[in-house]
Ligand binder design. Structure first.
Ligand code: ADP
Length: 272
């Protein structure tokens, strides 16, 4: 294992091609995310946002036998040389398809699943602490399949938080949830970020949530990180690009998408 820089996430020249795919999804992405940041990743459909995030907890390259080049270092661990099990203790992940990651009948069992599997004898305390933290106490004995979509998303978040990772990645919460439930999730993420110092990374297209909750914005285009900027600068940058003949053209297109719908919010940047 190697330690590079003093940051939690450090992506250097990351290239990745899925097995059987004709071309690389990521083609030299560079990104640094500092501890305690709240970052939104934006970009068009298929630009590589999810693949980039899946490198943070080692799903890329360990679950896909694709061709990976470059280096991703998370909390001092080179992901290529670390197991997904080790990385899960540093990175909690709520997938876009969060329904599929819920594997247990009850909420208690779901949140206990990871701590039990990691041999934490205090798993009961961890479950109660986590549910309390996320304001989900009382749901312990509920069947997961009976819950609303918003509650299921929060349970998936609780399961991700149960190992007390420093980094949380949530893929497209606002696209999966109605605005009220998306706000519930963002409020919890903000609390985890502000009160518990968690680094939070969301893939997000709605400027309402980006502007309100995030510190900085990362633009992914065609498999690279075009820029990472403080949130206000990012939103201004997108505004400045509007109407100009700026290259690469995708940036302009994304800026136009932001601004065409900029009032009223929320605004969708992506195609879908
Ligand atoms: P984004 O999150 O920006 O929409 P993704 O990282 O999900 O982008 O996907 C980028 C590209 O990689 C897309 O063209 C997608 O079809 C492709 N892709 C994603 N997952 C796989 C996979 N398991 N096998 C092959 N191609 C994939």
């Amino acid at each position: 294992m190697t330690t590079t820089h003093n940051s939690h996430i450090d992506v250097e020249q990351l290239q990745f091609q899925y097995p059987g795919a004709e071309e690389a999804v990521l083609s030299g992405a560079d990104l640094t995310i500092e501890p305690g940041e709240f970052v939104a990743i934006i970009g068009g459909n298929g630009s590589g946002k999810t693949t980039l995030c899946k490198s943070f907890n080692g799903i890329i390259p360990h679950f896909y036998e694709g061709d990976m080049r470059g280096q991703v270092t998370v909390a001092g661990h080179d992901v290529s040389e670390s197991s997904v099990a080790d990385l899960s203790q540093h990175v909690g992940y709520v997938f876009q398809e969060f329904d599929n990651q819920l594997v247990s009948p009850t909420v208690f069992e779901e949140v206990a699943f990871a701590p039990m599997n990691y041999g934490h004898e205090d798993y009961r305390e961890r479950v109660h602490r986590t549910l309390d933290l996320l304001d989900l106490s009382g749901l312990e004995d509920r069947f997961v399949w009976e819950l609303s979509g918003g509650q299921k998303h929060l349970v998936a978040l609780a399961a991700a938080v149960s190992l007390d990772p420093d980094i949380l990645v949530v893929d497209e919460p606002a696209a999966q949830l109605d605005p009220v439930n998306a706000r519930e999730t963002y409020d919890r993420l903000a609390m985890l970020n502000e009160t518990h110092g968690k680094t939070v990374v969301t893939i997000e297209h709605q400027t309402e949530f980006i502007a309100e909750y995030c510190d900085s914005v990362v633009l992914v285009e065609d498999g690279i990180v075009s820029w990472k900027l403080p949130v206000e600068t990012a939103l201004n940058q997108l505004e400045d690009l509007r109407g100009q003949d700026v290259h690469p053209p995708q940036v302009t297109r994304i800026a136009e998408r932001v601004l065409d719908d900029a009032r009223p919010l929320p605004v969708t940047l992506a195609d879908g």
